[in-house]
Design a protein around this ligand. Structure first.
Ligand code: UD1
Length: 418
């Protein structure tokens, strides 16, 4: 089990290259079984979630070529419709495989998925959407078994704009007979990227990003060479780090409109932000004023995946911030760890009241989930003295080269293998 040892107090300066978005790459990898031809995806980050998804594809019979610049998936010899339970437990996004594996084999079997322990995370919307497309689903002994003699286009209204359910339904509908309409679809940039990827393979999907997605089923999809969008959550994490610690950094690879809600808050906090194309430059003197309220929402609202990192910044801002987490019910587990560093946080259900303190101090803390873990690293960078962040397995699921990128910005951080 690895740990980070961090000496806090440095300002951060420099440029960060942003990796391809984890939350795009995972559904694109799932989508790669929709064709017999080769799928080339560029800039696939070296993170545990991606490696697990590649392992799932390998176990289904796909051949993978993994290079630094790109990965090639060849599913022409894929034989299995059973997603291995061992890997499903590691990776919640394996549930996206249902839609694409069903399209490919007319059958898909998966055990209930795992991932970050940040709440109940049901998959009822995924399953009811698939049923509407003609899929017969039986659930037994922790397994979900899906069968469809044929998939037929239909109209689906999601009760909530779930990202994963929208993606899964698109993947199941892309070669279905006729038209499928998804209303109240998620609008996240990752959905738009999935649409662009599928259309580059010959699919007919439109409307992504606007709440209603229209899919006209096609007979076949072909190979593709694709560069996914940059990771807005990764970019946001570095921007929050620099906002909190002070300094000046530039992120390259994420359009500002993809993290507009965060940039808006950071400006209110007192940061200076300039943007040009996919570049964001942030300057901060490290003495921020608190905003009154931050509430997580589906896109284009404030992302739940940035709530923990942003809450860390609130810990030393002048004033009190009310944080409301509307997406996942138990996403404040990091708060107890932040208190060990001197933060003043009261959590009640979905709400946290964060009263800014003068300074945080170094402590030994444990990373319990991906974004909460990243938040603890940011808190340690800001704190006086030395901190140890234990158990990097969650952080490694989503951030490639985290410590190298932070070191390049001037942070004092090292990884120790225990
Ligand atoms: C995706 C992201 C995750 C992000 C989340 C919200 C990936 C790999 N993960 O997760 O990083 O935090 O979007 O932006 O892209 N829900 C149901 N029933 C369902 C599905 C979801 O009730 O069948 C609820 C969830 O409990 C949650 C809300 O809908 O409260 C949003 O979840 P969803 O958008 O589906 O998140 P994920 O796709 O799991």
């Amino acid at each position: 089990m690895d740990k980070f040892i961090i000496d806090g107090g440095e300002k951060l300066y420099g440029k960060v290259e942003i990796q391809s978005a984890k939350n795009t790459v995972l559904p694109l990898l799932a989508a790669s079984v929709l064709t017999d031809e080769q799928v080339k995806i560029r800039g696939v980050p070296t993170i545990a979630d991606v490696e697990n998804m590649l392992r799932i594809l390998t176990e289904l019979g796909c051949k993978i070529q993994r290079k630094k610049e790109y990965s090639v998936i060849d599913s022409s010899n894929a034989v299995s419709h059973e997603i291995p339970p061992r890997l499903t437990r590691e990776l919640r996004s394996s549930v996206f495989m249902l839609g694409s594996v069903l399209t490919r084999f007319r059958r898909a079997k998966i055990s209930y998925p795992g991932g970050c322990d940040i709440g109940l995370r049901p998959i009822d919307l995924h399953l009811s959407g698939l049923k509407r497309l003609g899929v017969e689903i039986t659930e037994e002994g922790g397994y979900i078994d899906c069968k469809a003699d044929k998939l037929v286009g239909t109209e689906i209204l999601l009760d909530f704009p779930s990202v994963g359910a929208t993606e899964n339904i698109i993947l199941a509908a892309v070669k279905a007979e006729g038209f499928t309409v998804i209303r109240n679809a998620a609008k996240e940039p990752e959905i738009v990227d999935l649409q662009n990827f599928l259309n580059a393979m010959g699919a007919k999907v439109r409307g992504a990003g606007g709440g209603t997605v229209l899919i006209e089923g096609v007979k076949r999809l072909h190979g593709v060479d694709y560069t996914p969008i940059g990771d807005r959550i990764e970019a946001g994490t570095y921007l929050i780090a620099a906002a909190s610690c002070g300094g000046e950094i530039e992120t390259d690879g994420v359009p500002p409109e993809n993290i507009a809600a965060l940039l808006h808050k950071l400006r209110e906090n007192g940061c200076k932000i300039h943007t040009k194309n996919d570049k964001i430059v942030l300057q901060s003197n490290g003495r921020l004023k608190a905003v009154d309220l931050v509430e997580t929402m589906p896109f284009p609202g404030f992302p739940t995946d940035m709530q923990a990192q942003y809450s860390t910044l609130c810990c030393t801002a002048q004033g009190t911030t009310l944080v409301v987490e509307n997406l996942f019910e138990t996403r404040y587990k990091y708060a107890g760890e932040l208190k060990r560093m001197g933060a003043d946080i009261t959590v009640r259900g979905r709400t946290a009241v964060i009263r800014g303190v003068e300074r945080l101090h170094g402590a030994q803390v444990t990373a319990g989930d991906l974004r909460g873990g990243a938040a603890l690293v940011l808190a340690a960078l800001k704190a006086e003295g030395q901190s140890t962040v234990i158990d990097l397995s969650h952080i490694d699921r989503g951030y490639a080269d985290f410590e190298y990128k932070l070191k390049k910005l001037g942070a004092t951080i090292r990884r120790v293998h225990i």
